[in-house]
Design a protein around this ligand. Structure first.
Ligand code: GLY
Length: 343
């Protein structure tokens, strides 16, 4: 179906958690803006939302101050285990009746609010230690495998076959991550458990959501997980519907306590709510629902198909940046939403 050109927009997050030291905040801001410029340039050149979110997230994975890719937190055994996922909703040119019955693992849906047909596809990786950019591997799973989620050594073997260079796991460990891990090890088991329960503290999961001029809608998320996580633990960032979701209505990426985000299928709930609402109130409502259900800390960013952006969180702070034609490129340290009871 031929579509009018859409208004491109991009929103990214650098995690919800403690605000962190001032010097790190300045550098995190700079890094976030550099990553956003990459994504925004792709959208301005009529590139796809998928390219934009992957480029933005990959740039953040490369920066040691974010908890994703190089810079990931270490698990209880002192190793990096990373999760990432990506999802893309593309408008479909052919009327549904003329489309092939099967498109492999892709699935189609119609957005009845605007009559458009979309084809959605997704890829994800869990508990990988040997790839520099897990988001690039998640995209390769989406585009070059019959699967959606691959984990551990199997995902790394697939990476090699897909032409993605493997690194030694130690190459993904920064001195900062090692020091934090050592500091935690020196604490008692009880304190450690408490810290893990407040896992959003110092969180630096990264994510992005975008819409392109062709009407494509994408989201991507990447993380090293939560502090003190057990060996083998997988969080929301690997799970489509929890940490990442895209659909004809819009796209979302989450950050915060993965277990709560999984329990509430936060991103899918938020994106489907865009059918009847705009991103700002939908983001706020999604966080309130998550609090009601779990009492945990999390954040979400959203973009709808019209290029409108929303975000919300209930941690101490959350770093976001946004791009659209009206407002250009902006960076924000978001305050938590007011959590007073709803009317
Ligand atoms: N939200 C990131 C994680 O829980 O792993």
């Amino acid at each position: 179906m031929a579509r009018a050109r859409n208004r491109p927009a991009l929103v990214a997050h650098g995690g919800a958690g403690s605000a962190g030291p001032g010097a790190e905040r300045a550098e995190r801001r700079r890094a976030m803006m550099a990553a956003m410029r990459l994504g925004a340039r792709i959208l301005r050149a009529s590139g796809s939302a998928l390219e934009a979110v992957v480029a933005t997230v990959a740039a953040l994975e490369d920066h040691p101050l974010f908890n994703a890719g190089y810079g990931s937190l270490l698990n209880s055994q002192g190793n990096v285990e990373m999760d990432a996922s990506v999802m893309f909703a593309e408008p479909v040119a052919l009327p549904a009746a003329l489309r092939p019955a099967s498109r492999g693992k892709r699935s189609g849906h119609t957005d009845h609010s605007n009559g458009s047909d979309y084809s959605v596809s997704a890829g994800a990786v869990a508990a990988v230690s040997r790839v520099r950019n897990p988001i690039v591997l998640a995209r390769a799973v989406m585009e070059h495998s019959p699967h959606i989620l691959m984990a551990g050594a199997g995902a790394e073997s697939f990476a090699r076959k897909a032409g993605i260079r493997l690194v030694r796991p130690e190459e993904m460990v920064t001195e900062r991550a090692r020091e934090r891990w050592r500091a935690r090890k020196q604490q008692s088991e009880m304190l450690e458990a408490e810290r893990a329960a407040r896992a959003a503290m110092g969180h630096g999961t990264v994510g992005a959501a975008a819409v392109d001029v062709h009407g494509g809608i994408a989201a991507a998320t990447s993380t090293g997980g939560v502090p003190g996580k057990l060996f083998g633990r997988v969080g929301d960032s690997a799970l489509i519907g929890a940490g990442t979701f895209a659909h004809g209505f819009g796209a979302a990426s989450a950050t915060g306590q993965g277990e709560a985000i999984i329990l509430t299928a936060l991103c899918r709930e938020a994106v489907l709510a865009l059918a009847d609402g705009s991103p700002r109130p939908v983001a706020r409502e999604a966080i309130l629902e998550m609090i009601d259900a779990t009492g945990a800390e999390a954040g979400v960013i959203l973009v709808d198909r019209r290029g409108r952006i929303g975000y919300g969180h209930n941690a101490a702070s959350m770093q976001v940046a946004r791009y659209d034609r009206a407002g250009g490129l902006r960076h924000l340290w978001l305050k938590p939403i007011a959590t007073g009871r709803r009317p």
